[in-house]
Design a protein around this ligand. Sequence first.
Ligand code: GDP
Ligand code: CA
Length: 333
Amino acid sequence: MRITVLAGGIGGSRFLRGLQQVVPGDGADLPITVIGNTGDDIWIHGLRVCPDLDTVMYTLGGGISAERGWGREDETFTVRAELADYGVEPTWFGLGDRDIATHLVRTQALAAGYPLTEVTAALCERWKPGVRLLPMSDDRAETHVVVDDPSGGTAPDGTPLRTALHFQEWWIRYRAELPAHEFVLVGIDQAQPGPDVLSAILDTDLVILPPSNPVVSIGTILQVPGVADAVRSTTAPVVGVSPIIGGAPVRGMADACLRTIGVDTTAAGVGAHYGSRHQGGLLDAWIIDEADAADAPLVEAAGLRCTVAPTLMTDVSAAGSLARVCLTTAGLA
Ligand code: GDP
Ligand code: CA
């Protein structure tokens, strides 16, 4: 069986760890293909950082910090402290010393002309995540967030000036607390999907939208030209898992992102946002948590088959059970 998953960082990785329990790889035969979000990517101190790709790679490769959920275990931050002593910005991004090695390798390879897909594959030779990890695109397309000028600047008539921040600055430095007017994916119009991205969606047995951020993780991947059309038209079933439990994100600030695009922070709201493939949308079925069982009729009213199940991935075994629910929902187990 081949399964393709569109994933962000922490939520996507936790789900993938469970999926691997159910559909383990066997040497070079990797049944799971991950299309990773690169809209969060950023240049920091001259280094190309791909936070979501690295979270998937480290989590599945056994190098993630269990405590933080991002970056390396046994991490130190000596370089960051030295940079702060030089007074160089930005100081809000947590670059760890071990992690920096990954970014050095990536940045050098990109500078030598290798596309991100190949660079990612090379990094994965060390980490052996047990999945095929494909960046959504080799082209730069970065999420920016339009906010009122954080320094309080106004036009002569007193209206707040607007400015665009890189997603990471909005998310980490401002903790998504500055109201976002809009997300802009800079460069997306010129971006091409990565070489195997569309075929991984079209030529597979199951497509899963895991519980990743529906706006700035999965929503970003879906904006890559051709990707949403491929999801709409694949002959494989498409199943999604709600990242919202009991009307709130499990962690992170997905509610701030959903508010910006006018979607309710509810399991049914996000399901209806993705929409039914019978009605030009993306999903055949939507898996919601038991805490949201009352949403099931609304999900079905939106044209989606609804499965109610425990979706809190407290550990690998809970994530495995959730992955199994995806397979049974798709009629594959
Ligand atoms: P990020 O890129 O690191 O922000 O991670 P993702 O986009 O992959 O996932 C973030 C989303 O995962 C958040 O909206 C959370 O609500 C969701 N999430 C995290 N853990 C769980 C969980 O155990 N169960 C469910 N259903 N959603 C989760
Ligand atoms: Ca992310």
